[in-house]
Ligand binder design. Structure first.
Ligand SMILES: [Zn+2]
Length: 87
């Protein structure tokens, strides 16, 4: 009857490994992979959204870095800055 005892041990070990792999595997998968994508997304996106400025002529909102600044006013494009302040 020793083979039955060994069979019981083997079944218990396999069951324990399956439970351990199930828990650990899922935790590693769920905790690891999305965490990496989250940090990658955070690295690509700026911490704070860029300030939007309204064009003095047409009112179009443009990111501060893309706005045309002229005499303290912001414009959506060079043409609109010339329209407001010719020359
Ligand atoms: Zn404009």
């Amino acid at each position: 009857m020793t083979w039955l005892a060994w069979l019981a041990v083997i079944v218990l070990v396999i069951a324990a490994l399956a439970v351990k792999a199930g828990r650990g595997g899922v935790i590693v998968f769920r905790g690891g992979t999305p965490g990496r994508t989250d940090s990658a997304k955070r690295a690509q996106q700026p911490e704070t959204p860029e300030r939007m400025l309204a064009c003095e002529r047409c009112g179009l909102h443009v990111p501060e870095s893309e706005a045309v600044h002229r005499y303290g006013s912001a414009f959506c494009c060079h043409d609109h800055s010339l329209w407001h302040f010719p020359g």
